[in-house]
Design a protein. Structure first.
Length: 235
């Protein structure tokens, strides 16, 4: 009973971590890339309609590309697991004694006596499926992935990118001049980047204040460079 409860808690924690990772990936690029694009366009054109159209096009393309990347990463993880699972089943069928020896080595590493090692191996290898699951987890260090992980990751990353991208672009919907939109956008986006960087750093164990400043500065540099290059080209 205790083992079962501990297992459930671990799975929930793992899934929560995966969702947070997806959100961080999507929001990070979503806040930075459209912000830099809008800043660059603001340095070249004053028509906010063009900036909005280009920004929306970039958000659409970026969210699809990021979502596809998340899907492929999740699919690769699932395919790798299934490939290793098939290999383990083959080895259990063809070279069971060698696989039993590997199980015995694991229990030996836990400090069990020879007698207990033999008993543990005997119990573990009675059920082929449990045996293979044990080898996958403790020999290869692979946990069974969520079969829907690829689709979930694509959705989470893509939607996070859209939400992040609309933040720096939103001021341009309400102003007529690009520079005016950039001023408001820069203020809003840099605050959001600071807050985002703070919580991201807190979750990853990095100094929150230092992490927040780092994320904000990176976004500001990207936007500043894009604006400067656009100005140079325009002149």
């Amino acid at each position: 009973m205790d083992t079962h409860l501990h297992h459930d808690h671990k799975e929930e924690h793992m899934q929560g971590s995966e969702i947070l990772t997806d959100i961080v990936i999507g929001m990070s690029d979503g806040l930075t890339v459209p912000f830099a694009l809008a800043a660059g366009l603001s340095g070249a054109v004053q028509n906010t309609s063009l900036i909005v159209i280009a920004g929306l096009a970039e958000i659409a393309a970026g969210s699809i590309a990021m979502g596809l990347g998340g899907y492929l990463a999740g699919k690769t993880e699932s395919d790798h697991y299934n490939s290793e699972l098939k290999r383990e089943y083959d080895e259990v069928e063809k070279v069971p004694e060698k696989e039993k020896e590997e199980v015995k080595e694991f229990f030996s590493g836990l400090g069990l006596s020879e007698e207990l090692q033999q008993q543990a191996v005997s119990e573990m290898t009675k059920d082929k499926h449990a045996w293979v699951d044990f080898m996958m987890k403790y020999e290869l260090g692979l946990d069974k992935p969520d079969p829907k992980r690829a689709r979930k990751s694509a959705f989470n990353i893509g939607m996070s990118y859209i939400v992040g991208g609309l933040i720096p672009l939103s001021p341009y919907f309400f102003v007529k001049e690009g520079i005016e939109g950039l001023r408001i956008s820069a203020l809003i986006t840099l605050v959001c980047l600071f807050v985002f960087g703070y919580f991201k750093s807190k979750l990853t164990g990095v100094n929150p204040l230092a992490g927040a400043i780092r994320v904000m500065v990176i976004g500001a540099i990207a936007a500043g460079c894009a604006f400067g290059v656009a100005k140079l080209i325009a002149h």
